[in-house]
Design a protein around this ligand. Structure first.
Ligand code: SIN
Length: 302
């Protein structure tokens, strides 16, 4: 069975990537299993400065998913380069995706330039879709003009492939995807979380301190799949499919809808072994479905 896939010339031994924000910078998971079985890792969204994130509570449980309002908590790009990457290098030597976010185009380009210089980093994932911060994150990802500007600016300062991480909180995700392509993106990651909220009926107020947050988990899978399918038809860019993926069958569906690789997010929070289990189950699932080369199924349902 051949489970290899490629993203802009980077070979992944399989399409399974833990999603940004659900796997830290990897080291915690290295106690659980050998991280080198993964296709790649996308690390926690990183900004120029250290961020403590949003006030608590910032998680709300929902049937088939959860809402988070973490607010891009991270140690800042210099600490990531000086502490997190050397620590990860002790456990992991496969492709690494640097997920970056920002509150201005200059912040995106600063982070991109710094991480572009790190040999460990294979690819940059530009998060223009975080719904939990004001005047940054998703603000850049919901208009074709601003997503074009960020893409063009980041592309100008990097030598590595850039994948723009798209928000589902838009009228037409294909228009946003096309703007990324026009701006020089090498690929797309989609989807980020859907804006949602819960109310605590006893307290008569929002569960989450920041009121709203990003909804993820198995409930969003059909929405994510539909958007991957639409974007695969409207651009020529490779796609990393994200959104509620929690089984081997979900991975196959994402790939048939047009994804070249797949990120697993919330499912890591429920079962920290989920990526390992899916990787181990893939060959059996491929045999069941008469697939000998996994990359052959990319976009077959289009
Ligand atoms: C967060 O840190 O708020 C989540 C990141 C994201 O949704 O992009």
């Amino acid at each position: 069975m051949n489970t290899e896939v490629t993203l802009s010339g980077i070979t992944l031994s399989n399409p399974i990537i833990p999603a940004s924000g659900t796997f830290g910078y990897g080291k915690e998971f290295s106690d659980l299993y050998d991280l080198n079985i993964l296709g790649a890792i996308s690390f926690k969204g990183t900004t120029r400065e250290e961020r403590f994130g949003n006030p608590l509570p910032r998680i709300a449980e929902c049937p088939m998913g959860l809402i988070n309002s973490v607010g891009l908590q991270n140690p800042g790009v210099e600490a990531v380069i000086n502490k997190e990457l050397p620590e990860l290098a002790k456990h992991y030597h496969k492709p690494l995706i640097a997920n970056i976010s920002g509150f201005s185009i200059e912040e995106y380009t600063y982070c991109a330039e710094r991480l572009d210089k790190q040999d460990q980093v294979s690819l940059l994932e530009v998060n223009v879709s975080c719904p939990n911060v004001h005047n940054g994150g998703m603000a850049y990802g919901v208009s074709p003009d601003s997503v074009y500007d960020v893409t063009k600016a980041v592309k100008a300062v990097t030598t590595k492939p850039i994948y723009i991480k798209l928000s589902p909180n838009v009228t037409d995700i294909s228009e946003i995807a096309k703007a990324c392509e026009a701006g020089g993106a090498d690929g797309l990651s989609l989807i980020n979380t859907l804006l949602g909220m819960r109310i605590d009926t006893k307290r008569r107020s929002c569960v989450i301190a920041n009121k709203m947050g990003g909804f993820s988990g198995p409930a969003v899978f059909p929405v994510a799949l539909r958007m991957v399918y639409q974007v695969a038809q409207s651009t020529h860019l490779p796609i990393i499919g994200i959104g509620g993926v929690s089984s081997t069958n979900d991975v196959i569906e994402m790939m048939m809808a047009g994804a070249s690789a797949v990120q697993i997010g919330s499912a890591n929070l429920i079962n920290p072994y989920i990526c390992k289990e899916i990787i181990e189950e893939l060959p059996q699932k491929m045999a069941e479905l008469d697939i000998t080369k996994l990359s052959d199924i990319i976009g077959v349902a289009l």
